[in-house]
Design a protein around this ligand. Sequence first.
Ligand SMILES: Cc1cc2nc3c(=O)[nH]c(=O)nc-3n(C[C@H](O)[C@H](O)[C@H](O)COP(=O)(O)OP(=O)(O)OC[C@H]3O[C@@H](n4cnc5c(N)ncnc54)[C@H](O)[C@@H]3O)c2cc1C
Length: 333
Amino acid sequence: MQPFVLSRPKTLAEAAELARASSQDSALRAGGIDLIDRMKEGLEAPARLIELRWLGDAEATMRALGPEGEGVQIGALVTLAQLAAHEGFGEAHAALRQAAGSAATPTIRNAATLGGNLLQRPRCWYFRHADLVCLKKGGTACLAVGGENKFHAILGGGPSFIVHPSTLACALTALDAQVEIRGPEPRTLPIAELFVTPKQDAKREHALQPGEVLVRAILPKPAAEQRSGYAAVKEKQSHDWPLAEAAVKLSLQSGVMTDVRVVLGHVAPIPWRSREAEAVLEGKPPSEALFAEAAKAALAGAKPLRDNAYKIPLAQGLLREVLHRVAGVPLPE
Ligand SMILES: Cc1cc2nc3c(=O)[nH]c(=O)nc-3n(C[C@H](O)[C@H](O)[C@H](O)COP(=O)(O)OP(=O)(O)OC[C@H]3O[C@@H](n4cnc5c(N)ncnc54)[C@H](O)[C@@H]3O)c2cc1C
């Protein structure tokens, strides 16, 4: 690993200005789990790391976790462990607590932050190999297409077939979160607009500009009778990355489902909102037959590569399971 300078700004404005002024040669560091991995793997060698964890008390928003009006604010420096243990999330926001508690390992969850989790880079083995020049690193092709593609995208792929790595992104998209960004032009975006598809720009996964810092996520006021849930399937149940994830939010009023959100993770280059599945479910009473129809609709557009067609029945089964749990319909024997 190359030597680097560690800067410890005390204010967000100072951190953003440092990042803007040295954008070609610096990186913001939160928990450091992904960034330091990338540096150790030889993918990047920034001359300066800008430490976000030393920001002073004036930047309490970055660490806040609690009510914001009738919604919830989550500072970018809140750790996954804090999210997983947060008792303020009721049934309405259970998907986020479950997602945070399922990601990575207890040690990683103690250091990894909301901001870093959303902005981490893909785990594709071709991208992560320092000697390979894939599309994301300025090459001409996604090496997964003709290579080993067991863990790659089945939905929304092309020209790159990475899967988005963030577990929190899947749950926060289902919960209609917004993200607040500070920099030269402060802005707030629906979280779906934070993510960049490979068709928009194959070299990046998020829309932050140099000098911009993600400050917090905000969950809107939940609808009446809102409930949500998340689940993942992994090859081994700990210390592993998901093969597929599903997050669902809905309101159950007078026996019908409304305001339904269905989001799949680790199947596409962005958290994959399935409007097709939502349309099947919206305004109907929950049932096993309807969940099967929604799961089929969610994967109808899948285009698997050579090694990953298994993800279709896997994601369908997972989505059905989460729908059963969230809607309170017992799973069939
Ligand atoms: C064995 C293993 C299993 C894992 N399993 C999972 C899993 O199941 N699900 C999952 O989601 N992740 C998983 N991870 C990844 C891990 O959760 C992420 O690396 C971690 O969440 C990144 O957060 P961080 O705070 O350490 O980010 P950092 O490494 O500090 O930052 C990541 C990136 O975000 C940028 N950044 C950070 N904060 C900000 C900010 N506020 N504003 C602007 N830019 C910012 C940094 O510059 C950097 O580019 C796993 C990792 C390992 C090693």
